[in-house]
Write a protein that binds this ligand. Sequence first.
Ligand code: CA
Length: 596
Amino acid sequence: MKSTATWIAALALVGSATWIGIAQSARLDDRALRGAWRSGQWVTYGNDLAERRFSPLDQITAANVNRLGLAWTYVAGTGGGNQEATPLVWNGTLYGITNWSIVFAVDARDGRERWRYDPQVDRAFATAGQNRGICCGVVNRGIALYGDSVIAPVIDGRLVALDAASGRRRWSTRILPEDSTGYSITMAPRIANGKAIIGVAGGEFTPHRGFFVAIDVGTGRELWRFYTVPGDPSKPFENPALAAAAKTWKGEWWKYGGGGSLWDGISYDPDTNLIYVGTGNGVPWPGILRGSEGYDNLYVSSILAVNADTGRLAWHYQAVPGDSWDIDTVQQLILADVTIAGRERKVLMQASKGGFLYVLDRVTGQFISATPFAPLNWASGHDPKTGRPVINSEAYYTTTQPAVISPAAGGAANWAAKAYSPNTAMMYVPVSGFSSRTYVAIPVDLVDGRSVQNNGTPRGNQVPPGTPPPVTPPYIGPSRDGRGGFLIAFDPATHTERWRVQGGGGAGGGVVATASNLLFQVVGDGRLRALKAEDGTVLWEVQTGQRGLGPPITYQVDGRQQISFMAGAGRTGGGGLLPMVYTFTLDARMPMPANP
Ligand code: CA
């Protein structure tokens, strides 16, 4: 850590062609976090608070991208799941997190290790019984920087602050009680006005009641907590938004938790002081088992706008009323200013697991558009005024009537990073091709308040013998012929897809956009590639031989633009290669590592 460097002045040419000088303090305060993306570092999860994953750097261009080569690698750990984390770069140091929530800091110039921090997660956490653990791998998606601390989530339910220079622990706060079952923390914390915001995952287990918290970054103290679904109505509701939400539930939902987990999307607009949060499916999955079929079940599968200081709800948009299909609405929430029908709109954009790309007014929550980008059949469209989806009646499966629903629970878009370029005014989304799953409701038994059996649907898509044939609601969206994954370019002003190229997918890697109109995309089959942002022409690619790849970042260190990402599920993941950070820059010539 260059702790003696109090001020580092960085200049960057931004789109408006004005030179903006960003004085980069040795401490990252709220003001620094807001402008830091212009400095060509990468100090927040989505590169800026709007989570656009757009970099002002332009050293690597269409003309020289074929000179890219591997500069260094760093073995991040021994694996145990995908590398889903976005690294951060600040003052010449690259910070990352790998399986079992192990945090590391390396020199961004050569990958030399500065420190590692292991929170000593009990390895039984992931495996001890089906309902104590995690649904989708021992993964973490990222960390945050604030002041001179690294704020790191621990998968077993802690949030810790580490000294960014030494890795020494400053505080540790339990978000989840030590004995909680079926909950985990997989998402990256985000900073909003001096607070770390983080939510809990686990919507695939019963019971589960989702929530997110604001933690004071200086002390680790919890400032407020927002439950995403109402609790037992015989007790006082935690806030007026939950009293309102309770009117959209029936039955004894609180015994099952209700759902509404968090595991990916949060963004922050300092102008409105609103945090935007996406929530997951209802729990158990079938609404009929919550006793709530036909009810909206607020705030499952919703986008919520919450005041950063008070934790009070400003507005909500429910993308999937009563979500019974694990659609989730948790994906990346990108904020941008876009001219739509001749009017400048402050919008929020999300490509969801359910296959719609939503554009909302982020100040008011007003619905602007929802465009299908993958073949889907749970809904037939949206009311253009209210934005409410028209859910197909055949989609409501029961204990005796199965339904085939697309996309499958893996989703049309998942955690793979999306990007928005203000240069091209397009959003870039890695999407999956056609997928489907047969749903049938299986009653959930609760013993001592916990499910002993299932989450209301058959595990592994195994429909019990004797189940009647399923119904398949009619499809909308692109052709079902397209298997595998794609990268698509979406124009929010006209809500149309501008181009689509093969390669991508909802779970794995992701994309970053640069000022030189390049896209760097990490594809789940092991490739890093560069494409033209205007039309998707593939200009360059390299195969790492890895699986379980995380989102790419680009940043400048010692005057060189670099691209880094994490990859490798490790020996337990079947891929063989250990998890590594890969870093590419122009004219570097390191050979691609085999199994180290
Ligand atoms: Ca889910």
